[in-house]
Design a protein around this ligand. Sequence first.
Ligand SMILES: NC(=O)c1ccc[n+]([C@@H]2O[C@H](COP(=O)([O-])OP(=O)(O)OC[C@H]3O[C@@H](n4cnc5c(N)ncnc54)[C@H](O)[C@@H]3O)[C@@H](O)[C@H]2O)c1
Length: 465
Amino acid sequence: MAPTNICCIGAGYVGGPTCSVIALKGGDQVKVTVVDINQKRIAAWNSDELPIYEPGLDEVVQQCRGKNLFFSTDVAGAIKAADLIFVSVNTPTKLYGLGKGSAADVKYIESCARAIAEHSEGPKIVIEKSTVPARTAETLDRILRANCKPGITFEILSNPEFLAEGTAISDLMSPDRVLIGGSTTPEGQKAIQALSAVYEHWVPKDRIITTNTWSSELSKLAANAFLAQRISSINAMSAICEATEADVSEVARAIGKDSRLGAKFLQASVGFGGSCFQKDILNLVYLADSLNLHEVADYWRQVVILNDWQERRFSTRIIKALFNTVSSKKICILGFAFKKNTGDTRESAAIYVCQHLMDEGAQLAIYDPKVKAEQIDLDLKSVSQGQEDRVDRLVTVHSDPYEAMDGAHAVAVLTEWDEFKTYDFAKVYATMPKPAFLFDGRNILDHAALRQMGFEIEAIGKKIH
Ligand SMILES: NC(=O)c1ccc[n+]([C@@H]2O[C@H](COP(=O)([O-])OP(=O)(O)OC[C@H]3O[C@@H](n4cnc5c(N)ncnc54)[C@H](O)[C@@H]3O)[C@@H](O)[C@H]2O)c1
């Protein structure tokens, strides 16, 4: 039997890893081509230095690339050849016009639909892999039907991705569930079966959930909203803890033992980042507002407001502790990625903490094991409009953490990288002006031991004596 020919439009954090695992697990039953308009990104996927860092990804790509996994810029050719087309392009928050600041920008989805209609010469199953506003499948359907060649049919499915960056490969290898939404027509059900068969190469059937298209689209937004809400909830508690001498880790442990709540996602921090949580909640807020469900919109909006406040609260705490002035003081930032085990900085809390510290004239020495200096420069310039030159004056990016910490007035941990726990902080302490401050934005360090060394410790949701 000929292998199922799969095309994925969008070679990003979702398209690349997802299709690599589909190729690995599908073996000779599938041929997967991942296409992108970004030539540099495709060249990197075809090189020894992949464009994204994910534990385990290199090994998967090495096993399949050139056999049943291909990366290409030939979008038209891949569409023509495919039976199944994943649309895995970015859907960022709109920065202009109607819905600016909250609606998802679906222009890349629309351009994919137009390309699929233009280049298809036979029937296709088109799969929304991107996170999209509810009822986007309807838009896709209308564009495809209005532009396709006569006699060509399309079935549209929703198959949102639930992987988390940093654990993408293990999430994809053994997902909690795979969700497929489609139409209830016989053709729709047949398309669902075809996509399900791709996952059944490695995912047990009882983990493949099928729903109607709209439930599937909304479930992705709902899942991210619930996850982010949990972080904002524990972060709200962290502020109360700091004021009352309760300890947020103890509170998290106590409530996490309740089986109705569970222990995961109760880690207080400087705030959530990443390309999805804020974007998807704002997307939900926009949807609720446009349905005149303003109380619902307000409820979810508060999750983002709390997160922004938590980031600001952390940087304010640094400034206040350093005697209300950080001007010209060296502050070491440990970690710039939005979480550990990824090089992704999109919406990272570090960007906003650094922005606030730059506003106050601090000299920032930044170290992250996986984020490149150019990316940090780009991110900090993007929040310094009109005064980009301050980044050149105030920021140094280091490749050695000890150099970054050397002689700093304060060290701030902004990403929970495991290696930070192994540093020789006694050696660092000796180089720092006193009092030497350590701000743990992730609660990962041994605060008692550091205090013994002489550090002044400030941690999220804790009063440390
Ligand atoms: N990053 C995550 O952890 C994650 C997890 C689950 C879902 N999602 C969702 O998946 C989608 C993709 O996210 P991502 O992080 O992979 O984005 P990304 O920005 O890393 O990748 C998207 C890619 O699509 C390409 N692209 C855009 N328009 C194109 C077109 N017309 N033709 C060909 N290529 C095109 C871009 O060049 C880019 O390389 C988003 O909707 C996101 O919300 C992301």
